[in-house]
Ligand binder design. Structure first.
Ligand SMILES: *Cc1c(COP(=O)(O)O)cnc(C)c1O
Length: 372
């Protein structure tokens, strides 16, 4: 059996470089609750990303749940069916009803042209996703939100470091949520963050992620335990030293794939790379003009121990807790439905070797040359 190639593999700096951080934790005995590494990572990440305020979390899902709490979101929230299931789950955990709107087939993100018709008197917010790190139409979304007095919470789990029109993509909306899960571009094993525009909002988020404690004897809200530990924060600091090199290697893989895939009839590149991208995913579209179906190609990869993924198939709206909703009907989401049946994400990560890349491309070209 050929060696396994996952779709994503974590950025892991040399182990010996992590030892001094561990020694420091053992020396100070500060394990969590906003210790020195936590504080330093919040500062360094805000600097690196080019944002004002950032609160670290134990994972991205708790960050999403807490962001909705911090903005006191209720009623209905408009969101996308084309995402990881945690996006919609965070709404259910807040007792909020998700209202699904179709995607723009060119960006895979919420289609602003379909937003207004989904707004009702119960709508309080929009939760778009920068899918694959491709920027949403942030200007149009903000215009609509302003007109109807809605909050905008971006699930930016794919958008670490993405720049848009000369600034961080994460500065848009009322809040942006990041995930530092092992499979993401930047990881702290598990982790996440909320990016927000002002100190007062950060203060509220920080209370909420620590049970609502404002001081030793004062609890101001029914908060949760969403804190990132010192070990995770220390790993994030080490990771930051390697992130630029890792992004550079991802960009190279993207370039090689892009050239190979564009030469194959029936395959489409999912989008054109723009300046400031983070190369977090490499999605392709398998069309009717290709020799085999999307799922047959997926199986060919699996047979060769290459774990490509159908992100995002099935759609969130196909899971049992969502499919009964009026907005979850397939006829309401034709583009999301179509794309979910054609999409395939190829392996992309910093440690992918040239041999790995060759194996991936070989499977595509072999499948493409099959005739019946
Ligand atoms: C990874 C991911 C999440 C969840 O983040 P965790 O850190 O795993 O909890 C949420 N939304 C999207 C779009 C994701 O890809």
């Amino acid at each position: 059996m050929k060696s396994l190639i996952p779709v994503a593999s974590p950025l892991l700096p040399p182990l010996e470089d992590f030892i001094p951080y561990l020694q420091e934790i053992w020396r100070t005995k500060r394990l969590t609750n906003g210790g020195p590494f936590h504080e330093q990572l919040e500062k360094e990440l805000a600097d690196y990303l080019g944002v004002k305020y950032l609160s670290l979390f134990a994972n991205g899902t708790l960050a999403l749940v807490t962001a909705l709490q911090a903005l006191r979101i209720s009623g209905e929230v408009i969101t996308t069916p084309y995402s990881f299931v945690a996006t919609a789950h965070s709404l259910l955990w807040n007792g909020v009803k998700p209202v699904f709107v179709d995607i723009d087939p060119h960006t895979y993100n919420l289609d602003p042209d379909r937003l207004e018709e989904a707004i009702t008197p119960a709508t309080t917010a929009i939760m778009p996703v920068h899918c694959y790190g491709i920027p949403c139409n942030v200007d149009r979304i903000q215009q609509i939100a302003d007109r109807y007095g809605l909050k905008v919470i971006y699930d930016a789990a794919h958008a670490f470091g993405v720049r848009h029109k000369g600034q961080s993509l994460l500065t848009h909306g009322d809040m942006s949520i990041l995930s530092f899960h092992a499979t993401k571009v930047f990881n702290t094993f598990e982790g996440g963050a909320i990016v927000c525009p002002d100190a007062k909002t950060k203060q509220r988020i920080d209370y909420l992620k620590n049970f609502g404690f404002a001081d030793e004897v004062t609890v101001v809200a029914p908060g949760i335990n969403g804190k990132m530990s010192e070990i995770n924060a220390a790993f994030g600091l080490l990771q930051l030293k390697h992130i630029d090199a890792a992004l550079h290697r991802r960009k190279r893989v993207d370039g090689i794939y892009r050239e190979a895939v564009s030469a194959v009839p029936g395959l489409e590149l999912a989008w054109t790379v723009t300046e400031g991208h983070n190369y977090s995913y490499f999605p392709i579209l398998v069309g009717p003009g290709f020799a085999v179906s999307r799922d047959a190609l997926y199986e060919r990869f699996r047979e060769q121990n290459i774990l490509v993924r159908r992100y995002f198939y099935p759609l969130i709206t196909e899971f049992p807790m969502y499919r009964g909703l009026e907005s979850a009907r397939k006829t309401n989401l034709p583009f999301a439905d179509d794309i979910s049946h054609r999409i395939l994400c190829l392996p992309i990560f910093d440690s992918l070797t040239d041999d790995d890349i060759d194996r991936v491309i070989q499977i595509i070209t072999t499948a493409a040359s099959e005739t019946f």
